[in-house]
Design a protein around this ligand. Structure first.
Ligand SMILES: Cc1cc2nc3c(=O)[nH]c(=O)nc-3n(C[C@H](O)[C@H](O)[C@H](O)COP(=O)(O)OP(=O)(O)OC[C@H]3O[C@@H](n4cnc5c(N)ncnc54)[C@H](O)[C@@H]3O)c2cc1C
Length: 309
């Protein structure tokens, strides 16, 4: 119930205005967000690299219905890719892109606009020697997102996609998409979906995650296991071993600020660990989804609002 309300709140413009203009403590946002500029993002990538952790950098922003805004997101990605390259960090950092931020939802030909826009981002990623992963949003966008991913992979076979274990369709999607070299991030899913399309009970989602994780690890694809769940991480390690996977043929992924000690522990064991590093002004929907995942974050956030007001 709380999760559903918070995910709904992440889409409320009114609430966004109230929360964003409140004198809240930057410290809370700073735990999850690298800062506002490309330079802030690169500094975070550098700090993570110094600890042996990889990054995927996300320019915050989603759901644009404005073509110029979509173009400015593309420009921001190009800027951050060049900044990553200038800092000599392309072996350590890639970028993650939300297609709704680059025009997918535009009323006239949004899918084509998003495809063209991500091709521009991918061209620069290729030039500097890194990769791009397309985040997955709510279930209504999946077919379009997978079509765009296919379109991009014709030219950039390294482009990565995301599948969400909570959806009934995902096990079939894993089978269809886990082809040789295909980079696929598996997550539980951050969007509040209904029982018509998704598992609702935690246990059912976790079991579905394990089935998809097993299929991915046994495939020829490159699995990117995005979870902080200790049990799933442990099962992932065991399944990888059973599938005969070397530690450099898959990776674990976690969000900036979430279980940082676990990120270091896994890296210390020789696993590749990549941290999702969001930056930019538009942190509100991202933060609300993080609250939905962990009510303790909400308490922290509310306390900061109260203590500063
Ligand atoms: C790298 C990465 C990329 C992602 N990309 C997408 C995407 O493209 N599309 C999408 O729908 N979702 C995405 N997600 C979010 C994902 O779907 C889940 O919502 C999120 O990861 C929480 O699920 P979990 O597997 O960690 O399990 P949970 O059951 O939510 O959490 C397990 C444990 O991890 C810890 N934990 C989890 N989340 C938090 C938090 N926010 N704060 C503090 N502790 C926490 C807690 O200890 C919790 O008990 C991504 C997640 C990661 C890590």
């Amino acid at each position: 119930m709380l999760r559903k309300s918070l995910v709904a709140a992440s889409r409320s413009a009114k609430l966004e205005q109230v929360v964003s203009t409140s004198p809240l403590s930057r410290a809370v946002v700073n735990r999850f967000v690298a800062g506002t500029s490309a330079r802030d993002a690169v500094q975070k990538v550098q700090a993570l690299r110094d600890q042996g952790l990889y990054s995927t950098v996300d320019r915050l922003g989603e759901d644009t219905l404005d073509r110029e805004q979509a173009q400015s997101t593309v420009d921001a990605y190009i800027e951050v890719l060049r900044a990553i390259a200038e800092a000599g960090l392309t072996d350590w950092a890639e970028v993650s892109v939300k297609l709704s931020a680059v025009g997918q939802a535009l009323p006239d030909g949004g899918e084509k606009i998003a495809l063209d826009n991500v091709r521009s981002i991918c061209a620069v990623a290729q030039e500097v020697g890194t990769t791009v992963t397309f985040d997955m949003e709510d279930h209504t966008t999946i077919d379009s997102t997978l079509r765009i991913l296919h379109g991009v992979r014709e030219q950039y076979s390294w482009a990565g996609g995301v599948l969400q274990a909570q959806l009934y369709r995902t096990e079939d999607d894993v089978k269809a998409h886990a082809v040789a070299g295909s980079r696929i991030r598996l997550c539980k899913g951050a969007y509040a979906e209904g029982p018509d399309v998704a598992f609702i009970e935690r246990l059912d989602i976790d079991k579905a995650y394990v089935r998809s994780m097993r299929a991915l690890l046994e495939s020829d694809g490159y699995p990117m296991l995005a979870t902080h769940d200790p049990r799933l991480i442990q099962i992932g390690q065991a399944l990888a071993l059973r599938a005969g996977r070397a530690k450099d043929t898959f990776e674990f992924q976690m969000l900036l600020g979430v279980r940082p000690e676990e990120q270091l522990r896994l890296a210390g064991l020789g696993y590749k660990v990549r941290v999702y590093v969001p930056y930019g002004d538009q942190w509100y929907p991202y933060m609300m989804r993080r609250m939905a995942e962990k009510p303790a974050n909400l308490a922290l956030f509310l306390r900061s609002l109260v203590s500063r007001s």
